[in-house]
Design a binder for this molecule. Sequence first.
Ligand SMILES: C[S@@+](CC[C@H](N)C(=O)[O-])C[C@H]1O[C@@H](n2cnc3c(N)ncnc32)[C@H](O)[C@@H]1O
Length: 234
Amino acid sequence: MEETVYNQEELYEMLDSLLREPEGFWTDFYQDREKSIPFFKNAPDENLVSYHTQRLIKPGKVLELGCGPGRNALYLAKMGWEVDAVDLSSTSLQWGEERAAENGIHINFIHNNIFNLEIAEGAYDLVYDSGCFHHIAPHRRLSYTGLITKALKPGGHFGLTTFCPGGKFGGAVISDWEVYRSGSLQGGLGYDKARLERIFSCLEPVEIRNMIDQDNSSQVFGLSDLMAALFKRL
Ligand SMILES: C[S@@+](CC[C@H](N)C(=O)[O-])C[C@H]1O[C@@H](n2cnc3c(N)ncnc32)[C@H](O)[C@@H]1O
């Protein structure tokens, strides 16, 4: 490789190369399905369920970013949404396909990096991300917000759950500059309400709060060390 930066994409690729390679990590991550990982439980996010219960969102077309084994995609499909669910890990998608087949549900699982998606302008009523955004490097954040505003119809919603700063499961409290000095996202970045409002200032906040903890018997997933946010595209 020549290692000369001629354009923006090459600059991003150079910065990516300073950090952990995500695809190999996430493919290995799902090899052992018995690991004690909170989100391996097949239960949808409590906030996503509450958006339905409160009628803040109603079924249409949804794009899920970093869907993993598809627990939220499954819920959305059961609620009547047409679901496109993207992840770069083939092992997570295989698991998701199996879960969908067991439930007799169709989900359009897409094996891709979210930044390589070809998205038609205004194609979606909802974009949902549970746990992918905090693994996105700072230099990709503008592409991420651009992807969301492009994907959403006017009046469409963006739902997010993400590490809060210093949480039990992750949420590094480091500056963006420190990410590159240390060569690591340190397991995922932490975001508080003010930072989320600023990053997603192109959207209108509807609700930003901590997720509500759930016990083992719950049919939904919730950890108060995660922030749950819903925004609307004007
Ligand atoms: C913490 S897991 C959450 C999985 C799932 N959303 C859930 O809550 O069960 C983060 C997921 O994001 C995916 N991911 C990370 N960066 C991605 C990218 N650039 N494009 C697509 N998927 C990505 C990973 O492969 C992983 O499955």
